[in-house]
Write a protein that binds this ligand. Sequence first.
Ligand code: PMV
Length: 320
Amino acid sequence: MKNTARAHTNIALIKYWGKKDADLRLPLMSSISMTLDAFYTDTSLLIDTEDKKFILNGQEVTGPAANRVFAYVERLQKLFNVSGNFHVISDNHVPTAAGLASSSSAFAALAASFVKAYNLSVSPKGLSILARLGSGSATRSIYGGFVKWNKGTNSANSFAEVIDEKPQMDLKLLAVEISEAEKKLSSTKGMKLAQTSPFFKPWIARNDEEIAQMEAAIKSNDFTKLGQLAELSASEMHAINLAAQPGFTYFANETLEIIKLIQELRNKGLECYYTIDAGPNVKILCQKNSCSNIKKYVKSILPNVKIVEAGFGPGITYLD
Ligand code: PMV
């Protein structure tokens, strides 16, 4: 039995950017995301093997990346009182060109594969909690469509739930790859530093309101409101980073060029919004019939960037 699980990546529309408890990955804020169809990870967990291995895209991985995966599986083993060696075999269908972090799909797929391998009866809510222990953003990748991660107050009540699994909203994401380089500052370190910004607390104080507004935009199928709120959440996160002590930014020069272009396109009547995670790449939120025009405009100022288009993706599925 390969116990293969598939999880799709998600993009946060209301950002998670701060931990209350680093070990349990309890967030300081609730977040809302869109699961993406174009990018996913397939992971198989083989148990009771002779040795321990992590194989990613056909290559054995060693060092810190493998240690994080081993420590995570061992943590779940302890929680469920099981033991033994294992092989984690993952295929990442998250093109570098997408500029999207794959940790959301990676840990969601691994958590799902773990419960299958040990034949454990775990609800989707339970799976979301287990995924959270691997990576915060993975909490939301258990479900498809629009998803909310309620911050909660402890490990048992910090999990994601579906807002709308099969949304009707005309919404596409264009992932614009500016740089394939690994991010210099991990999200864990960035989140810690961000809390030194004087704007961090006021931002947290706005979280309930921002979540409520985004949920209302989703429920009323309001693309404009959703785009405005998503762009605001990303701008707040990156402004906070600039005002941290010491300040830092994930932006590259091209990141700002695309932000300016998006503002110009809106002035021309071509509606689109940006969101940006812990790296320089920009994700453009737009509607289906404007995708090709927006791609042309981006290429006209930055001819060498790669752009990948995505729509709504599903939640966890099992392949065998
Ligand atoms: O859970 P991590 O370490 O992948 O951090 C995710 C942080 C952001 O992508 C910037 C925001 C988010 O909510 O996904």
